[in-house]
Each structure stands twice: as C-alpha cells, then as structure tokens.
Design a protein around this ligand. Structure first.
Ligand SMILES: Cc1cc2nc3c(=O)[nH]c(=O)nc-3n(C[C@H](O)[C@H](O)[C@H](O)COP(=O)(O)OP(=O)(O)OC[C@H]3O[C@@H](n4cnc5c(N)ncnc54)[C@H](O)[C@@H]3O)c2cc1C
Length: 410
C-alpha cells in the first residue's frame, strides 16, 4: 500500500478518487492539488441550473469543503502542479513548494478549445468551463442583451436555452449544417433545431465562419468571413475541449489525444495513473480506445484508479453515457457512434418524447433518448450485453420495449 497518494487536478474525477480511496480503507496521506479556488465540483449545472441562477454555489460541490478535512484529505487549492519529476517522485507546485509522492494520479481534465481571431480577447467574449467563467457570463445576462453564441454543440445550446428564457436576444452561429453534429443523429439535430427556433433563438446553420469580433471596452459586433457584421453585446464560444496533458507530456508520458492509460488507469509509469477527461483509455466493451468528456467516465475511472491503488485491480469496461438538458427536454445518450450504423426512431418527435436506436451489425450500439428514460435504461443494458433487436419491432410504437429487451437478454 502506498504511503502518500497525490492527485493533480481537483475536478470531478479527483474528488471521486479521494472518496473511493477512503471508502476502500486507504489510511495514508492523501493530497489533492488543484489550480481552481473551489473544492471538486460538478460542471454540468454550469451551463444549466447554475447559469440560470437556480442553484447555489455550494450545491455544485461534490462534497462540502469540511468533508475533506473530516476524511483527512489535504486540499491545496489555487495551486498548479507545474512539473513532475518521475525519478525523484516529486511534483513542483506554482507556489514554489514540492510534494513527494508514492503514487500520483493525474486528473487534469480538459480545457476549452480557443478561437484564434482578432478581438477574441475583448471583454465580453466568454468560454464556459468553470465557475469563474459562469460568473463572467452572468454579469452580462440582462434581458434584451444581444448574445452571440459561436458553436451549436451541447454547451452552446444549453446556454442558448437558458439565455433565451432569461430574455436575451440569442443568435447561434454554426458552420456545419446541423446542431450537435458530433454527438447525435440527424433526426435528433432536426428536432433540437426546431425547438430552439420555436423558443426564439436565431439559429444559423451552415453559417459563414465568424472571423472577427469588434469592440473597445466591450464587444460591439461579430463579423463573418463575408464581411457581414452583426451588432451584439456579448459572445459565448463553445467549440469543444482539448485534454489537458501538458504536465504529463513534459514528464515524458505517452500522450495521444489524451494521456495513454490501460484498463486499470495505469500510465506507462507504474507509479502514475490518469483518469477522467484527460485520458485516452481502452474499453473492452466497445473494442477500442477512446477519450470521453463525461461525468460518468470521470466517476468510473476514479473508482477504477482507487481499486488499482488499493491493490484490487478491476478492469474498466463501462458503457459510456451522457446527458444534456435544454428547456424541458432531457437528452440522454448511451453508447458511442462510429458513423456507419443503421438507425430507427421509436416514438414521434412531435410528442417531444422519442428515441433513436442505432444498430451495428444487428446489435444495438447507441440509444439517444429524448424525454424517454425507459428507452435510455434498456439501451444501456442492451449495449452492455451486445444484444440484438429487430429494428422493425423497436420502431413499432405499439411494441413493449421492456419485453423486447427482456427477450433479447434472456
Ligand atoms: C459547462 C459544462 C457542462 C457539462 N455538462 C455535462 C453533462 O451534462 N453531462 C456530462 O456527463 N458531462 C458534462 N460535462 C463534462 C464533465 O463536466 C466533465 O467530463 C468532467 O468534469 C470531467 O472531470 P475531470 O475531473 O476529468 O476534469 P475537470 O472537471 O476538467 O477537472 C480537472 C481540474 O484539474 C485542474 N488542473 C488541470 N491541470 C492542472 C495542473 N497542472 N495543476 C492543478 N490543477 C490542474 C483544472 O483546472 C480542473 O479544475 C460538462 C462540462 C462543462 C464544462
């Protein structure tokens, strides 16, 4: 059993690792070093209830701050891990101090992809990753304010939903021809585009790229590649995230679209593990390697790392899942699409409750469920089991999906 475990990064995965280690009986020194000022917190509400002002700050926290003291977990916040000395088993911190570790867990998460364009640093140009980012956005959330959102991914659309409800005039610019193109089927994209437009969002698909933001002490306009200008008061950019691998790469650890780990969250260094958004990891259930940006993955890899550190390794093999809340619509997705699957829609989009089932050589491989928790739940089971279903039976609104699933799993 190691004597000192240090966790670099104080996000969701870090917090869960500390919780799981103490639950699993680890009694050694446990130190979490995080560059943000807050204890580990959940990010999903940042673009949903917290942005809408419907959630208190403390409710974001994974555990109240006093939990860590009670569990003898040292939180070193507002402190960055600058470097890892693998030979000496030490990390160097931004406050000039060093910490020795027996085992190091990298939980550095991901950071926003920035749009490199003139005016991109003006006050009023925002990204959304942290509590501090939300506080910046909220200061401009005045009814009637003109908000430009660049990118119609799930974060851009969640912000659009909150903003339009708060009375802002919202325009979403998306260069591709459908919303959430990276994560959902065209049927789901079409449905969400209709919902946003019905709510009053000016959704511009296949839009010319925004190439300049104009302003002085505040943003005044966005300008596209054709030179067309639109007056605005604030901008939110949501064009994806990148894994935070800087300290791992500088320490010579293999990084390839994330820090490379095995099914036990172990890097090539036997004393360094990595978990959460920052990893490129194998998943035997899906038969390949992937990098995920989801709470479920952060939590489950944290538990896997804790098992490894406690000397009771359990291979990570989870069916990925994810959710997004926009208006009164809950989108839940399970599985990972490859792009060549066949699909059927179960239910009617007009009812605002339907699911898209993907089939890969007869097997259910992805389910996107919109206000359809039952289809989401059966989807997880079917994918985990590699079960086959008859697409025509799934698409038949009269069929009983639970009975079909039970028969497929029998
Ligand atoms: C606005 C928003 C909405 C989301 N909505 C959903 C959702 O609905 N459903 C869902 O499943 N997922 C959602 N996600 C994704 C989910 O929050 C992430 O997958 C999850 O937070 C990953 O956890 P993590 O601990 O791996 O990384 P993070 O939460 O990114 O935490 C990593 C932490 O490490 C810190 N750090 C990095 N490098 C260093 C260093 N060198 N030294 C010290 N600290 C460092 C970072 O500052 C950060 O605080 C959302 C994310 C955002 C931003």
């Amino acid at each position: 059993m190691p004597e000192t475990i240090v966790i670099a990064g104080a996000g969701h995965a870090a917090g869960q690792t500390a919780i799981s280690l103490r639950q699993g009986g680890f009694e050694g020194a446990l130190i979490i070093v995080g560059e943000e000022t807050y204890p580990p917190y959940q990010r999903p509400p940042l673009s949903k209830k917290y942005l809408a002002g419907e959630m208190e700050l403390e409710r974001l926290y994974l555990r109240p701050e006093k939990f860590y003291a009670g569990q003898d977990v040292e939180l070193r916040l507002s402190t960055r891990v600058d470097a890892i000395d693998r030979d000496a088993h030490r990390i160097a911190l931004s406050d000039g101090s060093e910490i020795a570790y027996d085992k190091l867990v990298l939980a550095t998460g991901s950071h926003v992809r920035r749009l490199d364009l003139p005016g991109g640093d003006l006050p009023g140009v925002n990204y959304l990753r942290s509590i501090a980012d939300v506080q910046g956005i909220q200061s401009g959330f005045q009814p009637g304010a003109r908000l430009a959102i660049i990118g119609a991914g799930y974060i851009g659309l969640e912000v659009a939903a909150v903003a339009v409800k708060a009375g802002l005039a919202v325009t979403v610019f998306e260069v591709v021809d459908r919303v959430m193109a990276r994560v959902v089927a065209p049927e789901t994209s079409e449905f969400y585009a209709r919902e946003h437009r019905a709510a009053g969002v000016d959704l511009r698909l296949s839009a010319p790229a925004i190439t300049r933001i104009e302003g002085d002490d505040a943003v005044r306009a966005v300008v596209d590649e054709n030179g067309d200008s639109m007056p605005i008061d604030m901008v939110v950019i949501g064009i994806g995230v990148l894994p935070t691998t800087d300290i791992a790469a500088a320490a010579g650890l293999a990084c390839d679209n994330g820090i490379v780990v095995d099914e036990f969250c172990q890097t090539e260094d036997p004393d360094i593990l990595a978990i959460g958004d920052c990893t490129n990891h194998p998943n035997a259930l899906l038969g390949g390697r992937l990098r995920l940006e989801s709470v479920h993955n952060a939590q489950e890899q944290a538990k896997t790392a804790a098992h490894t550190l406690l000397g009771k390794p359990v291979a990570y093999a989870q069916v990925p899942w994810f959710w997004s809340d926009q208006y009164d619509l809950k989108l839940q997705i399970t599985g990972i699409a490859k792009g060549n699957e066949s699909r059927v829609v179960r239910g009617n989009t007009a009812d605002r409750s339907f699911a898209v089932f993907y089939f890969d050589q007869g097997r259910v491989s992805v389910v996107e469920a919109i206000n359809s928790p039952r289809e989401f739940m059966v989807g997880k089971k079917l994918i985990a089991a590699g079960a086959e279903l008859d697409p025509a039976a799934v698409a038949d609104p009269e069929s009983d999906i639970k009975a079909l699933t039970a028969a497929a799993l029998a």
